[in-house]
Design a protein around this ligand. Structure first.
Ligand code: FES
Length: 149
């Protein structure tokens, strides 16, 4: 694999836990790879299957969904819904012959800044090993192409 491959990973992070953990990691001056682009969401239960698939379609090499610890979702079962949707996406990726490890769900508390940095590094290493996504690159690789909703 080329040493120059820098993965593009999108992290959908719940604002109550994973996003706060990322913030804490920053406050603690812990470094984690810049390959991870964080999108704050109110709860991982808001992430639907189509959001993950669209992210991959638009060029992400990997996607992580990071929510509250199980049993601690502020919306009761949002993270369980997200877990189920991530598993469903993995099944879809397998069926289209893409490695399902490109997508992963994590659970964190807001106090787990060091764990967040570890997860970001682990996910980056995993995607580096898998190599670039086989999906042709579009907007994520070429921001000047503009964003469409
Ligand atoms: Fe954090 Fe639901 S509020 S996953």
């Amino acid at each position: 694999m080329s040493e120059k491959f820098v993965p593009q990973i999108v992290g959908f992070c719940c604002k109550y836990c994973a996003y706060a953990a990322a913030d804490l990691a920053g406050s603690m001056r812990l470094s984690y790879p810049s390959s991870l682009k964080i999108i704050q969401v109110p709860c991982t239960g808001r992430i639907d299957i189509i959001h993950i698939l669209k992210t991959i379609e638009e060029g992400a090499d990997g996607v992580m969904v990071a929510g509250c610890l199980e049993g601690e979702c502020h919306f009761l079962e949002g993270n369980f819904k997200a877990k189920s949707r991530v598993e469903h996406v993995k099944t879809i990726l397998s069926r289209i012959k893409m490695n399902p490890d490109r997508v992963e769900m994590f659970n964190l508390s807001s106090a787990m800044g060091p764990r967040f940095a570890e997860i970001a590094s682990e996910m980056t290493e995993r995607i580096k090993e898998l190599g670039p996504s086989p999906v042709p690159k579009t907007k994520l690789r070429n921001p000047e192409a503009g964003a469409e909703c």
